[in-house]
Write a protein that binds this ligand. Structure first.
Ligand SMILES: [Zn+2]
Length: 321
């Protein structure tokens, strides 16, 4: 490297130090610098895996790529909150089935709030605020097209620790062929994942229609098809006033119930107004709030506790079997 071009020389020249005097000194500095920079470079290159391990990033390999992709991508993309404290998985017994509510012991007073048709520009944020104040985690069934328009709001839902479910791309009701149904669901799953890092395992059919091709595709894809056991009526064409919305929810509250509410698909200011009172009323009845995967997990655990006991009894009663 000719000294005339060396930035260090240029820098020192400004202080009137001649090239001649500097030559040996510069050589040492240059060598030291090159050695230093390259060793840092090499150690960075070689240390990538160590760094990944420190950061908790696991690079997907071969077959495991499919399962670890979600976590790896969350860790790689700093803006996405890793879904570590969110339980999105659905117990195997519910995959590919249609669920209206969880069957729990009557004294297990849990209930799941679900919000459909968002994310919306105004009401979703208001709902998030109310849920945060009450320390409640809920489940949001999002429309793919809305996620595309309001990605920041979708991100906020995930960042707040709520579970996101698939509510199709267009919210169509009509009968559709396999390819259309697949596209409606797959595109939505894709944009939810790319936007929030959440992998959807729950599907809710628009309008609750189970026979237009969507639910069939979702079941084949091992989604839990989530219906509801009670609704406020907030999405009806002539939806009731706030006190009636609250009353509707409180009246039919029971253990394992799934409540249908809306944060999108129109002006949902009534739902937003009713929500704090619904929550207060349910709390007063002794309910606590869980997400859909948590609710299903509770039923699975209750059931496995029963089946774990029964074979012993069966063997005892029928020793020949
Ligand atoms: Zn809907």
């Amino acid at each position: 490297m000719p000294n005339a071009q060396c930035p260090i020389t240029k820098y020192l020249r400004r202080f009137n130090v001649s090239n001649y005097k500097l030559a040996p000194f510069l050589k040492i500095i240059t060598i030291a610098l090159i050695a230093g920079v390259s060793s840092v470079g090499i150690s960075l290159l070689a240390g990538t895996t160590k760094l990944d391990r420190l950061l908790g990033i696991q690079k997907p390999k071969g077959e495991s790529a499919k399962t670890s992709l979600g976590r790896a991508m969350s860790a790689d993309t700093q803006s996405i909150t890793p879904a570590t404290d969110q339980m999105n998985e659905v117990p195997k017994t519910f995959q590919g089935t249609i669920v209206y509510q969880a069957k729990l012991k009557a004294n297990e007073k849990v209930i799941a709030l679900t919000f459909d048709d968002g994310p919306g520009p105004k009401n979703t944020a208001q709902v998030l605020e109310i849920l945060k104040k009450n320390n409640i985690k809920a489940t949001f069934f999002m429309v793919g097209e809305m996620v595309k328009y309001f990605p920041q709001i979708a991100k906020q839902v995930a960042a707040d620790g709520h579970v996101i479910g698939n509510h199709t791309w267009h919210h169509w009701y009509f009968q559709m062929d396999g390819a259309t149904a697949a596209s409606e669901i797959d595109r939505t799953a894709d944009i939810i994942y790319k936007t929030t890092g959440e992998k959807t395992t729950l599907f809710r059919p628009p309008g609750g229609f189970l026979n237009n091709g969507l639910a069939q595709y979702a079941r084949n894809e091992k989604y839990a098809v989530m219906m509801w056991s009670e609704q406020s009526g907030d999405a009806e064409r002539r939806s009731p006033q706030v006190p009636m919305l609250v009353k509707n929810v409180l009246k039919y509250a029971k253990s394992g119930a799934i409540v249908l509410l809306h944060d999108g698909g129109g002006n949902r200011s009534k739902s937003v107004k009713a929500l704090p009172e619904m929550i207060a009323g349910l709390k007063a009845q002794g309910y606590r709030f869980v997400t859909i995967p948590q609710l299903l997990e509770m039923q699975a655990q209750e059931e496995s506790a029963v089946t774990a006991v029964s074979p012993v009894i069966t063997n005892h009663e029928n020793p020949d079997h």
